[in-house]
Write a protein that binds this ligand. Structure first.
Ligand SMILES: [Mg+2]
Length: 103
């Protein structure tokens, strides 16, 4: 399945009309994904993180991002292409390490 097909199918499940819903939910789902790793790290125990849980939470993040972008008229594929272009430029410029948007 390519990005465009995914984005179209993802939006078909979006039942909320509220524009902010996928943005807020994106934050929540990102936290749920991070939580799988952060809590065991903070507790200092060596809990195996289940691949199935990671895939599930990453899917929730992807779904919200795809729906948010679709409603903003932005194709997920274009975001992916631009991101790779930006990262490639950073490697070529020797700025892949560091911080800041414009490097
Ligand atoms: Mg979730």
């Amino acid at each position: 399945m390519d990005f465009n097909e995914y984005q179209l199918r993802a939006e078909s499940f979006a039942i909320y009309e509220e524009r902010l819903y996928p943005v807020v939910s994106l934050i929540i789902e990102s936290a749920e994904l991070a939580d799988l790793y952060v809590k065991p790290l903070l507790r200092g125990d060596a809990v195996d993180i289940e691949r199935k849980q990671v895939i599930s939470e990453a899917g929730d993040v992807l779904w919200n991002l795809a729906v948010f972008l679709k409603r903003e008229g932005i194709r997920l594929e274009d975001v992916a292409k631009e991101n790779i272009k930006k990262l490639t430029k950073r490697v070529q410029n020797g700025t892949i390490q560091g911080s800041g948007h414009d490097r």
